[in-house]
Design a binder for this molecule. Structure first.
Ligand SMILES: Cc1cc2nc3c(=O)[nH]c(=O)nc-3n(C[C@H](O)[C@H](O)[C@H](O)COP(=O)(O)OP(=O)(O)OC[C@H]3O[C@@H](n4cnc5c(N)ncnc54)[C@H](O)[C@@H]3O)c2cc1C
Length: 436
């Protein structure tokens, strides 16, 4: 690891560089810009841009955002339907209802563009690039070589936030490391999901599996270690299949690192089950729609996981999927992306004073941003560590999970956890023991 130095550097172009203008990057940029910092968001796509995502926004996600996203909400859901494979039709479904909405449905392209516009209005700048050529972490600052449509360019800043998602370059160039300094291997932990959007106008009058087209459905029948989903929007259903279950982790923390990967193969095998054929068969089964008649509708992406072990270091702070912060139980990642982006911004504001354009980089306070970011990230990581254990237990035997959910009190706890999260550490510890 490069030591964090208090020496001055000649000049910096920005207070913070942020790679990726998705939920994590925008959340960080918004807070920094509102605090008056010179912040540059860098993205390789032109917005609005599509992104594989069912865009279910839980109550905790909406609460974490600094602004209302009401203008782009398509539907709110007060009920979730959990389904499993069972020979007994009565055991196949559990409906969990709530008096107030549990989650809101949006379309990701519109959600991300809305958040980006709020962030630019707050004062952040945006640069479109073709690729990152190099990322150099020095004792005193970061140097980033980028390729733009106008040619190569080098940017400098005291600190950089990696928010370019599960397949981004930052995660490869500066991989997240655990407390032993070992690089966390994405292939050992990541999930993978495929989705399609089906217009209501393409559906038969009665759905073949007997579902209601406006239900929010999580279905554990189509594949082991994951689920199929149906998320209802205004004019279409987002249907998908994903593998999320973490690799069994008998060796403790280090078994998720690059150096020891005996389970990598099995995780890859799980992800390989998530195919276009599986999604096509599932869509036919649930919606009676043949995906071959809807070309170009299927998209997919990895989901960054394993980040409950991430220990931030140096001048590159990873956030969201780039840090592996997707919840392995639910596959939910927008909440973690926002919370981690805000946590990184708060750490920077606490440790690095602002700089004037072209001025010397600041002398930081004694604590490094990475140390404060690690502290800020801990509550989220504790929740994800709990989810990691709960996911291992649940996906090993979903039928047991369904039996648990037949108890009203546990059912409402599951609902509350999904909607609001579990910030209470003592409760988490107790629950973690229960599911272990
Ligand atoms: C099929 C599917 C369904 C999902 N459904 C849900 C859901 O319903 N609810 C939920 O909460 N989560 C869901 N997720 C997870 C969620 O999409 C991610 O966790 C979330 O998008 C992470 O946000 P992020 O900001 O970290 O990264 P991203 O949203 O991936 O944003 C990364 C940004 O970085 C840019 N970028 C990438 N590489 C580079 C580069 N080299 N240089 C510059 N820019 C780059 C990208 O263009 C993008 O704008 C789903 C994921 C998948 C795959």
């Amino acid at each position: 690891m490069i030591p964090f130095s208090h020496h001055r550097v000649e000049r910096t172009d920005y207070d913070t560089l942020i790679i990726g203008a998705g939920p994590a990057g925008c959340a960080a940029a918004y807070d920094l810009a509102r605090a008056g910092r010179r912040v540059l968001l860098i993205d390789k796509r032109t917005f609005p841009r599509p992104k594989a995502c069912a865009c279910g926004l839980t109550r905790k996600t909406l609460a974490a955002l600094r602004y209302s996203v009401d203008p782009i909400i398509e539907r709110t859901c007060r009920e979730i339907v959990l389904q499993q494979a069972s020979p007994d039709p009565k055991q196949r479904e559990v409906r969990i209802r709530n008096r107030t909405p549990i989650a809101a449905m949006a379309v990701r392209e519109r959600f991300d563009n809305f958040c980006l516009q709020q962030t630019l209005a707050a004062g952040a700048e945006l640069k479109k690039i073709e690729t990152i050529l190099a990322l150099r972490e020095h004792e005193t600052h970061i140097e980033l070589d980028i390729q733009t449509a106008n040619g190569p360019e080098t940017l400098t800043a005291p600190i950089l936030i990696g928010a370019d998602g599960s397949n981004g370059q930052t995660r490869r160039m500066a991989p997240p490391r655990d407390s032993h300094g070992e690089a966390l291997s994405p292939s050992a932990q990541d999930g993978f999901a495929l989705e399609a959007t089906i217009p209501y106008t393409s559906l038969p009058t009665i759905l073949p599996a007997g579902d209601n087209p406006t239900d929010l459905i999580f279905d554990f029948a189509p594949l082991p270690g994951g689920y199929g989903w149906l998320f209802p929007k205004t004019d279409h259903i987002n249907i998908g299949v994903g593998a999320f279950a973490p690799t069994p982790n008998p060796g403790g923390p280090s078994s998720a690192t690059v150096s020891s990967s005996p389970k990598v193969g099995s995780q890859e095998a799980r992800l390989k089950r998530v195919t276009r054929d599986l999604l096509a068969a599932y869509t036919l089964h649930k919606l009676g729609v043949d995906l071959t008649h809807l070309p170009n509708t299927v998209t997919g992406q990895h989901l960054g996981m394993g980040g409950h072990l991430y220990v931030p270091q140096g001048r590159i702070l990873l956030t969201g999927d780039a840090a592996g912060l997707v919840d392995p139980l639910t596959g939910e990642g927008i909440h973690s992306a926002i919370v981690s982006g805000q946590a990184a911004a708060a750490a920077i504001l606490e440790t690095l004073p602002p700089t004037a354009p072209g001025s010397l980089s600041p002398i930081p306070y004694p604590l490094s941003p990475a140390v404060i970011y690690a502290r800020n990230l801990r509550p989220l990581q504790q929740t994800l560590a709990f989810s990691h254990r709960a996911a291992q237990a649940f996906y090993k035997d979903p039928a047991r999970g369904f039996r648990i959910m037949r108890t009203p009190i546990l059912r409402s706890l599951v609902l509350k956890t999904y909607a609001d999260g579990l910030p209470h550490t003592k409760l988490l510890t107790r629950l973690a023991k229960l599911v272990a």
